[in-house]
Ligand binder design. Structure first.
Ligand code: FUL
Length: 487
């Protein structure tokens, strides 16, 4: 009797053991650290927004004022921040970052802590506040507002001493408490050197690592505008892409060893790609001017970047896991110049034409594997909150799309689901042409978004293969498009 019972138990145990062995249990999906925080994620989705360099340099026709300029020189004749906002909105931008104070120290708002500001200028008879006007215009056009406050101040007598840091923070406090919600605070890496400094006319060098005591300033920003992301060469929230030409690196990791970089460091370019094993999530922002200069110079009126150059920049910033901060140098009238408006609108029309029709959307996708409880439909719902996951055991996942009828295409888009971390190290894209698979592109990282351009061709399908990844592949969206030809 007993023997019979033991035999039964043994058989049941054996059965469970065998079943367990056959259906290898998928481990749960784990995030790959470091991860973005909620504010970084919200910022990442903006993708494209304006920088406006407009300040004293606009009137002295300079890039860097020495600091000895007179407030009386600041005198726009037709200043209209609503025009700026309308232009940015129609261009498809999501916000505006304004040079509230550049290196020459002149302030676009009537700061309580200096006389070197709009309050002593002829503009609006000294009663104007440009930051307030811009904040109102942004609100009207549903744009976000960001602040550039130069840490270097070539006008201020205290620059180089601890007193200046108090002044700098006082100004920051004004800007971050009186103008509503700020989405980004921009700290330039250029600081220290010769200047007016209240009449001293001398050279003042600072230790860029320690002089500013950035951790205390970061705390101040967090306390006043917790949702604002802070940009500097090295973060803490967003980092510099490493050049001012508009191009992110082909390999762009959002993670970086934060402690190996600091604002204004001389060889920052070395870190532009980020690091695969980086310890902190600090994605890149690509800042570039639509003209050669950051500020308006009438002699550059015919040097506004062309549509094809702007498209190239867009693909190499937004399409390379970065965001595009495109500078518009507002002119001496106080308006975005007509030449800029024309090219910005052309870019907006080009992007609209390209990305409105997604061929992936209408078709069924075939994947090499899909983890339990996930579905390919997440890739085509245009929703960043949903995602598709490959199986743990699938080391080189592929996604294949067979089109119902051949289509003329030239643009591919793919996005990783960032809340699970940046994972993909390399990929290939193939196109199916007359029944033959041909490699159209071979790339490295993806991150927030990868845009791939290839020569226009009629294809029957495409195949995306992840050739190397840190862990299971987690993707949120995919697209196949036809961009208009550029001359
Ligand atoms: C640089 C500055 O020195 C330029 O004048 C400009 O403001 C650019 C965005 O950053 O570091």
């Amino acid at each position: 009797m007993h023997q019979f019972r033991y035999q039964k138990l043994f058989q049941v145990a054996l059965f469970i053991f065998l079943i367990g062995g056959c259906t290898s249990v998928e481990p749960p999906l784990e995030p790959v650290k470091p991860l973005p925080n909620a504010y970084q994620l919200a910022w990442q989705q903006l993708e494209y927004y304006a920088f406006i360099h407009f300040n004293m340099n606009t009137f002295t026709n300079k890039e860097w004022g020495y600091g000895d300029e007179k407030p009386s020189q600041f005198n726009p004749t037709e200043l209209d921040t609503r025009q700026w906002a309308r232009v940015a909105k129609e261009a498809g931008m999501k916000g505006i970052i304004i040079t509230a104070k550049h290196h020459d120290g002149f302030c676009l708002w009537p700061s309580e802590f200096t006389e070197h500001s709009v309050k002593n200028s002829p503009w609006r008879e000294g009663k104007g506040d440009l930051i307030r006007e811009l904040a109102e215009a942004c609100k009207e056009y549903d744009l976000k507002l960001g602040i550039y406050l130069s840490p270097w101040d070539r006008n201020h007598p205290d620059y180089g001493t601890p007193e200046y840091i108090t002044y700098f923070r006082n100004q920051l406090r004004e800007l971050l408490s009186e103008y509503g919600e700020i989405f980004e605070v921009w700290f330039d890496g250029a600081n220290g050197g010769d200047g007016y400094y209240g009449g001293a006319n001398e050279e003042r060098r600072v230790d860029k690592k320690s002089y500013y005591d950035w951790p205390t300033t970061v705390k101040l920003v967090r306390s006043l505008q917790p949702q604002a992301v802070i940009f500097s060469d090295a973060g803490p929230d967003i980092r510099w892409v490493g050049n001012e030409k508009g191009y992110a690196n082909e390999t762009t990791w959002s993670p970086i060893y934060r402690d190996s970089v600091y604002g204004g460091m001389p060889d920052f370019q070395k870190f532009a790609s980020g690091q695969e094993q980086g310890t902190h999530w600090i994605p890149t922002e690509t800042d570039v001017s639509i003209r050669p200069g950051w500020y308006y110079h009438p002699e550059q009126d015919d040097q506004v970047k062309s549509l094809s150059k702007l498209v190239d920049i867009y693909y190499n910033s937004v399409g390379l896991n970065s965001s595009l901060l495109l500078n518009l140098p507002v002119d001496t009238r106080g308006l975005v110049h007509e030449n800029e408006v024309a090219n910005l609108n052309a870019l907006a029309a080009f992007l609209k034409k390209t990305f409105t029709k997604n061929y992936v959307k209408e078709q069924r996708l075939k994947t090499s594997s899909t983890a339990m409880n996930f579905s390919e439909s997440a890739l085509i719902d245009n929703d960043l909150e949903t995602y598709w996951v490959s199986k743990f055991s699938d080391k080189k996942p592929t996604i294949t799309l067979y089109l119902e009828a051949p289509k003329s295409v030239n643009t591919f888009m793919i996005q990783e689901y960032l809340p699970m971390g940046q994972r993909i190290k390399s990929f290939t894209l193939e196109v199916l042409e007359k029944g033959v698979w041909k490699q159209a592109y071979k790339g490295t990282t993806i991150g927030n978004k990868r845009l791939v351009r290839f020569p226009t061709q009629v294809v029957e399908g495409i195949r995306f293969t992840v050739t190397d990844t840190k862990a299971q592949v987690v993707l949120s969206n995919m697209g196949l498009f036809r961009a208009p030809e550029l001359n």
